[in-house]
Structure formats: structure tokens, C-alpha cells
Design a protein around this ligand. Structure first.
Ligand code: ARG
Length: 459
């Protein structure tokens, strides 16, 4: 059923009809379109446009349609309606006849679509928040059993300073916390109802938009009709949250892919999330993580796409805006899927403590400690840095670790070095000294885990 036609003499071209239609992707807004329509029907009673009895008939038919939708949403796709709004209206008219034709009074698809989208986004934000929290909990769980799993920390992909596996986990918890906070922030601006803005200039009927907004769980109604039907900022914001969080997930993937590599050998990924090679029997590939890493690109693409669609678009509604949906739907699904997969990967990870420690011992990652040791003995940091660098060179040439150099050798580089140097450059000592807030000292990491557990209600 077309929602327009009176003004037209000729029919749409078949090609244009297909090109113009959005039902093939906006059908997923069916539930939201029905919920908003029920709220709208109640408003129509208050404005004396329909009677209470008529509203009850409309509402029960809409609820029936809702049940059918929940039963099999894909059934919608067999219709040749232009969009989800036409589809719901057609279903309603099929059920209750011409009374159904009253529902669209005072409403436009322009305020309807953005209302549906906001309701959909709100539901998705809640699901995303749940997944972001669960992923944090999973990291905390692993951190808790790896307080003393020492591994090398990297800069430039070169072994830099020792850290612990728990500390690495907590870095991701921090990133995910920012993702949560960004999403909650989006919710504040998103949860404002555009319904009742009409096509662009408000509705000519006496409608209490604030009451209507509250009835759908919005915090308030928007202030300007022109802005309301033009605004897709919430999609840009949501996709930018998605892009940042997916970037985090891609870095997580890259870290884990490296940890799992034959070269690092710090962890082993479970059979349940890896796949084999058709040719090389020995292979066990980290596909789950490689897919997360690349899905990130697709989400970034959607962000750029919506920005470009909206750029220079005149107020208010333009059909260009129909293109806001596929990227949004796809990105939110992708983000949720990737969070679930990341949880699965982590829950099944096996950490190889011995090889983590061995790698930390091997990479001269305690060279900073020698410099700090000399500073404590009165040497300037720049000079101490140089001495420590020379000692590293010496150790490399002798194929030894710094801990294995004899005291007499230390002394040829600085007379200030005494026997206590050895206690100062153990991995444990490197960690324990970094006690200040945010440092890697196990006691400090322990406190952070306790705080995170409280925040996440883990007992
Ligand atoms: N399918 C349209 C969209 O997604 C719905 C709004 C149509 N409004 C209009 N004036 N044609 O944007």
C-alpha cells in the first residue's frame, strides 16, 4: 500500500519503486513503529481526533500485529510496501478497515522514522552496555588469577619493561569503561522524542508532546520541529562510539594474535574459536580475532558514510537520510557480535606462565632499573641512562642477561654499583617499585581489581 498517490497521474516505474523502497532493511524497525503508533493513537484520543473506543480497536489490532511480527519478523519481507510505516498501516487497515486510516492524522513519516530509530538505538544501547560490562567482568576474572604472571610489556613491539598479565587485562578494562561512559552520554541526547514534529514544522493538532514523549520512555520532547526531523546526530554519535570501541577490540585482537603466535607463545587459544588450514596440517589460526580486527574497518566505514551523507544536506528531511539505516544496523550488530566473540575468546584462553616469564627475562626489560639504581646513588638520569645502555651492549655481546653480568663487569662501567644491584633488577623488583597510582606493582594492581569488582558488582 502506498501512503501517497492522489497527486500522481502515472504509476512509479518498477525500477524506481525498488530503488526508492526501504522495507528490505527498515523492516527491523517494525516493533518500534508499532510501539510509537500505539502511543500516537492514545494522543489522538486526548486531542479528540479519535474516540477512546476507536483507540482501543486500533491498539488491539496493533498489538496483534506486534505478536505476528515477533513470531516471524521476516514475513514482512514478502510485502511490496515502500517502507515499514506503510507496512504497519496496511496491516492495520487490513485488520480494522477504514478506522486504520485515521492513525496517521497529524503525523508524518519524517517524525515517525526518527522516533522509530531513536527507540531502536535506545534498545541497542542497553544491549551494548550489557556486553561491554560482561567483557570487563571477563577481563577482571582473568586478571584475578594472573596477578603474578609476569610478561614483557612492549613499546614499538620491542620488549620494554616487565608487566603482568593482570595489568594488561586492566588496560582493556579502562578502555571498555570509557566506551561505557561514552555510550551513556549518547543516551542523554538520544532519549528525546521527536514525535509530533510533523513533516518539519510541528503538528497543527493540539497534542501534548511532552506527555507523549514520557509515555514512550523518553526524557522529554524535542524543541524544534525543523531540527527534530533533520537530526541524525545520535546516529553519528553512536557510530563514533562504535568506531572507538571497535578500535579497542581490534587492538585487543592484535595483542592476542601476537601473544598466540609461535614467536611470542604467551597463550594458547582454544580449539573452539580457531580454525585449521586446508593445506598445512600443523596450523591453528586465530580467525575469531582476525575477523574482529577487520570488522573494525567496516564500522569505521559506516561512520564516514553517515557523516558524508549528512554533510551539506539542507534542512530538513531529505530522502538521502534513508541511507542512514543499513550502516547503523550493520555496525551495531557487528559491534555486539564482536563483543560476544571477544568474551568467548577470553573465557577459553590458556596462559603459558612460564614462557611469559622467560620472555620478560630475556629482553633486557630491566635496563631502566639499572638507570634508576644509579640515580639513587647520585648520578644524573641522563648519565645513568647511558651507563645502563652500555651495560646492555656488553650483555648482548656476551649473550647474557643483565642479571648474569658479574659485579666486576658492572664496576667497570660505574664504581657506584654494588652487590645490591642484583636485588634491584629482578623482575619482581621491577614490578614492585612501580607502586604509584596506575603502576604495575602487584599490590597496586590488586587494589585496582578490588575497585573494579566493586564497580561491576562482582563478589
Ligand atoms: N523510508 C524513509 C526513511 O527511511 C522514511 C521517511 C520517509 N519520508 C518521506 N518524506 N518520504 O527515511
Amino acid at each position: 500500500m502506498a501512503l501517497w498517490g492522489g497527486r500522481f497521474i502515472n504509476n512509479s516505474h518498477k525500477l524506481f519503486k525498488e530503488f526508492n523502497a526501504s522495507l528490505s532493511f527498515d523492516y527491523i524497525l517494525a516493533e518500534e513503529d508499532i510501539i510509537a503508533s500505539i502511543a500516537w493513537s492514545k494522543t489522538l484520543v486526548k486531542s479528540n481526533i479519535i474516540t477512546k473506543t476507536e483507540q482501543i480497536t486500533i491498539e488491539s489490532a496493533l498489538l496483534e500485529i506486534l505478536t505476528e511480527v515477533k513470531d516471524n519478523i521476516k514475513n514482512i519481507l514478502s510485502s511490496n510496501c515502500e517502507d515499514i510505516h506503510s507496512w504497519v498501516e496496511e496491516q492495520l487497515i487490513n485488520k480494522i478497515g477504514s478506522l486504520g486510516k485515521k492513525l496517521h492524522t497529524g503525523r508524518s513519516r519524517n517524525d515517525q522514522i526518527t522516533t522509530d530509530l531513536k527507540l531502536w538505538c535506545r534498545k541497542q544501547v542497553n544491549l551494548l552496555l550489557e556486553n561491554l560490562i560482561e567483557l570487563q567482568k571477563t577481563f577482571i576474572f582473568i586478571a584475578d588469577s594472573n596477578h603474578d604472571t609476569i610478561m614483557p610489556g612492549y613499546t614499538h613491539l620491542q620488549r620494554a619493561q616487565p608487566i603482568t598479565f593482570a595489568y594488561w587485562c586492566l588496560a582493556y578494562v579502562e578502555m571498555l569503561r570509557r566506551d561505557v561512559s561514552r555510550l551513556k552520554d549518547v543516551l542523554k541526547r538520544l532519549n528525546i522524542s521527536p514525535l509530533g514534529s510533523g513533516a518539519l514544522s510541528g503538528t497543527a493538532w493540539n497534542i501534548d508532546r511532552e506527555e507523549l514523549a514520557l509515555s514512550m520512555g523518553f526524557d522529554s520532547a524535542t524543541n524544534n520541529g525543523l531540527d527534530s526531523v533533520s537530526d541524525r546526530d545520535y546516529i553519528v554519535e553512536l557510530l563514533s562510539c562504535a568506531s572507538i570501541s571497535m578500535m579497542h577490540l581490534s587492538r585487543f585482537s592484535e595483542d592476542v594474535i601476537f601473544f598466540n603466535s609461535g614467536e611470542a607463545n604467551f597463550i594458547e587459544l582454544s580449539d573452539s574459536i580457531t580454525s585449521g588450514s586446508s593445506l598445512m596440517p600443523q596450523k591453528k589460526n586465530p580467525d575469531a580475532l582476525e575477523i574482529i580486527r577487520s570488522k573494525c574497518g567496516r564500522v569505521h566505514g559506516s561512520l564516514i558514510s553517515i557523516l558524508v551523507i549528512l554533510k551539506s544536506l539542507p534542512l530538513s528531511y531529505n530522502k538521502d537520510m534513508q541511507e542512514d539505516k543499513e550502516g547503523l544496523f550493520d555496525s551495531i550488530k557487528t559491534w555486539n557480535d564482536c563483543l560476544r566473540i571477544a568474551i568467548l575468546v577470553l573465557k577459553n584462553i590458556k596462559i603459558k606462565r612460564k614462557s611469559c616469564r622467560k620472555a620478560a627475562e630475556e629482553g633486557y626489560s630491566n635496563a631502566t632499573e639499572i638507570a634508576d639504581y644509579l640515580v639513587k646513588k647520585g648520578v644524573t638520569f641522563r648519565e645513568a641512562h647511558n651507563i645502563s645502555g652500555q651495560l646492555v651492549l656488553r650483555a648482548i655481546s656476551e649473550k647474557k642477561s643483565l642479571n648474569d653480568l658479574e659485579l666486576s663487569i658492572f664496576k667497570t662501567y660505574s664504581n657506584l654499583i654494588e652487590n645490591d644491584i642484583y636485588g634491584n633488577i629482578t623482575l619482581e623488583s621491577c614490578l614492585q617499585k612501580r607502586l604509584s597510582k596506575g603502576g604495575v606493582a602487584p599490590s597496586q594492581v590488586y587494589q585496582e581489581i578490588i575497585k573494579a569488582k566493586k564497580r561491576l558488582n562482582i563478589f
